[in-house]
Design a protein around this ligand. Structure first.
Ligand code: ZN
Length: 136
């Protein structure tokens, strides 16, 4: 960690010195040129890391979208509405579903309906039960 920081500062120092010597030979003030070299390197580094963060953010959003697509995908074996042949159909809950039959090549539309029912309670099996003959 500290070794990396020292290495980075060393590289910044060398590059800044080179920039300062070049600008100095072109008639600029040496120490101002050195300071300019340091500032411009930090600015470039900041821009680079900003660009890298944005790129990673966009990639991770694309990966999240792919994962959500995979989760939303389910497959069901459904009969064709025309000939009755079974087809493996990917079902998505986030869009309308249809499939082209492998047998007759007609397109069937899939309607997905979700309903609710009451939760069932298991009967108590330890209580004595009536035998069928005793009910009469
Ligand atoms: Zn068919």
């Amino acid at each position: 960690m500290i070794r990396d920081i020292v290495k980075s500062l060393f590289i910044i120092g060398i590059v800044s010195t080179i920039i300062a010597f070049v600008l100095d030979s072109l008639g600029a003030h040496f120490w101002y040129s050195l300071a300019f070299g340091v500032v411009i390197q930090f600015a470039i580094w900041k821009l680079y890391t900003y660009w890298l963060d944005k790129k990673i953010e966009i990639q991770s959003k694309a990966i999240d979208a792919d994962i959500i697509k995979d989760i939303a995908k389910q497959t069901a074996t459904l009969p064709c509405a025309y000939c009755g042949q079974d087809n493996d159909v990917p079902i998505r809950l986030d869009e309308n579903n249809s499939f082209t039959c492998m047998g007759c090549e007609e397109e069937s539309v899939v309607y997905v309906s979700i309903e609710t029912v009451q939760r069932t309670v298991p009967v108590n099996l330890s209580e004595p039960r009536l035998k069928i003959n005793e009910q009469r």
